[in-house]
Design a protein around this ligand. Sequence first.
Ligand SMILES: CC(C)(COP(=O)(O)OP(=O)(O)OC[C@H]1O[C@@H](n2cnc3c(N)ncnc32)[C@H](O)[C@@H]1OP(=O)(O)O)[C@@H](O)C(=O)NCCC(=O)NCCS
Length: 401
Amino acid sequence: MTISHRLLDQNDADASIRLGQEAFGFPSDPAPATVAPAKPFPPAGAHAHGIFDGDELAARLFAREYLSHFAGEQVPTCGIAGVTVKAEYRGRGLLTDLFAAVHDAAKDRGEVISTLFPTAPGIYRRFGYELVGDYSTVEIPSAALASIRRPAGIEVRRAGVDDAEAIQRVYHQWASSQHGPLTRTGPSFSGGAAEFLDSFNGVTVAVDSAQQVVGFASWDRGPSTGRGSAFEVSDLIGSTAAATAALWSVVASFASVTGKVKVDTSGDDLARFALPSVDWSVVSPRPYMLAVLDVAGAFTARSVTAAIAAELEFAIAGHPIGAQNGGYRLNVGAGQVDCRHASDSGGVRTYSPQGIAVAYAGTQSSANLRTVGMLSGGDPGDDSVWDALFGGHQFHIRDYF
Ligand SMILES: CC(C)(COP(=O)(O)OP(=O)(O)OC[C@H]1O[C@@H](n2cnc3c(N)ncnc32)[C@H](O)[C@@H]1OP(=O)(O)O)[C@@H](O)C(=O)NCCC(=O)NCCS
């Protein structure tokens, strides 16, 4: 084998699409052997990386340029998608070369964390990724929504292109208070308002008495009618409880023709507070993993509560990219974070690569990280400081890639 890495371009589109179809399935129409018509390759905001054996494409993935919200800050993120090794090349460790190249390129672009939706988490842990969230589809019997009424003072109407800015504002207002959601801005979201609206059967906005858009729901009616058919909701986000209830009332109005509602959701969804019944069954889980690519850069990109001023030492051990191992010093004050490499004084609070990923996401307490061996050493008395600085927000992701 003569193994090499390079970025893929339009000339590699057919080989890359074919490899993806072999792994994730051929379209049933057109016929299986047909390769999809040429589109811009790679897509906007994406970098396609390939590993070649001579001239043969043996492995590939896409690295997408994203920004992730972390409680008021937008953190440059490398979103990994379409990871595929050709069947005859599997089990030979090609992913190690691929991820080393992809992480280097991401850091060169200033991306400090990386995220992906794994088909199996075990594939990615050795590259520093750990589970931090879940973008799942839940199912609710339509009848369970029947008692939801549109509150007085809120109107609903179909969104037009002119509503795009207001819809993005509603999304931003919600997403910027969470950990994890993509900003839906930048090169990977270059489609524009018309393309956004065209990608759904309908987008409904909730409007208050001042004619302000205070919520939106994007939805697809689905192909059939009856008890087995589903009305599918991609986003249902209200800036107020009344807006959320008004949007659910629109969904509920399809109960006579669709027996169930499927909702794409993540974490503890605020929209659930408007539901009268317990019905909320996960039918399609999509776990989400995060890795910290540049420890100093990733923490410096965060802002935290201004109530805490502290100087904290920590270390990373066992990171597959050796440059990240060693000591760090974190200075926190006036809501700002400054994190730098420092000499490892020994015995300090030490995270595994997966531990620092989970701590960064704020999805587990320090005590829980100690239980599973992802955090050790240091003064356990500092745990509550770390938890207060980097926890305290819900983790969400509402885009699949
Ligand atoms: C998943 C896939 C990319 C792995 O390719 P591969 O050539 O076996 O990967 P490598 O040889 O570089 O690495 C193998 C490592 O991944 C682990 N791994 C591979 N498939 C796994 C699975 N399904 N579950 C858990 N771990 C898995 C192996 O245990 C091995 O780890 P080890 O070295 O510690 O034993 C390949 O099987 C594939 O293309 N599958 C179909 C598409 C797919 O599932 N892609 C992932 C999308 S998120």
